[in-house]
Design a protein around this ligand. Structure first.
Ligand code: FES
Length: 85
């Protein structure tokens, strides 16, 4: 089975908008899912500049799915969905 790939944006906009809180995912996800999921911090994903005025930062990508205004709960829910849980 292909791994789910999670990228937590740590670019400036997302960081200011709260991705600092999402950094716990980087420890939490491997503990919860082990080898099934790869998680990493990422420089600006290029999403914040598309719609700056209505920015929905912080952004996290779960495979190709963009999670706006990401929270730990939203990201875990998206991972569970990918894994069919
Ligand atoms: S800083 Fe996160 S998408 Fe640009």
């Amino acid at each position: 089975m292909a791994k789910v790939n999670v990228k937590v944006c740590l670019g400036t906009t997302c960081f200011v908008m709260g991705s600092a809180n999402l950094q716990e995912l980087i420890e939490l996800v491997p503990r919860k899912y082990g080898d099934l999921v790869d998680v990493a911090g990422s420089p600006c994903l290029g999403l914040c500049s598309i719609d700056w005025e209505f920015s929905k930062a912080p952004y996290v990508k779960v495979d190709d799915e963009v999670i706006k205004e990401a929270t730990v709960e939203k990201v875990l829910a998206a991972i569970d969905k990918k894994l069919g849980k």
